[in-house]
Design a binder for this molecule. Sequence first.
Ligand SMILES: [Zn+2]
Length: 231
Amino acid sequence: MFFVVTDKNVNFALHFCCWEMREDDWNFNDMFLENKANRSKQKGWIEVICGSMFSGKTEELLRRVKRARFARQKIELFKPAIDTRYAEEAVVSHDEQAMCSTAVNHSSEILLYVNMETVEVVAIDEVQFFDEGIVEVCARLAEAGIRVIAAGLDMDYQGKPFRAMPQLMSVAEYVSKMHAICVHCGDLANFSHRLNAQQQQVLIGEQESYEPLCRHCFNLIIKNKQENENF
Ligand SMILES: [Zn+2]
């Protein structure tokens, strides 16, 4: 992960910790979206964890999955087959936490793997890479009483909404927007800036391909690039 250590960041971190500890805050409540003790009456719902590259989305997904696993809940974890950055059959975060997952090519395959009668939690990583049908798949799982946790990029490298993410966020009961830290100024980063000139929307990459930027720094860099292209 990228961290630019400045006084501003330290102040922000302190502020964030205090802010997160307040029980009446929505973000605190988002941290503990667990199933009710009486599972026979469980109603399903959708949680979306979104944000830029390096914002900790997968770590947050795995944190929620681990808590459910400690509670001995039946969990299925999926990821798109396209994302093979670290391991074919595992969801791995940037800090190298890993859990076994099922890699699928199409959203509809998820329904084939999930036993609606027994599974309590379905977690999906890199959900932005799925086809548009993922919204309907998540809705069907939630309607069957399953807790659905989906993590993904909300914007592509151009700052545009990523595929079905806006629709998924719209129908979700809970949306957690994660932030990285801007590598240029240290403010909160919302954008994933691509460092090379490739223009396809989906480009699987890591530190060498992207950097997290705030809105101001992102717009400044895009403007400079456009000016250079015109010369
Ligand atoms: Zn910045």
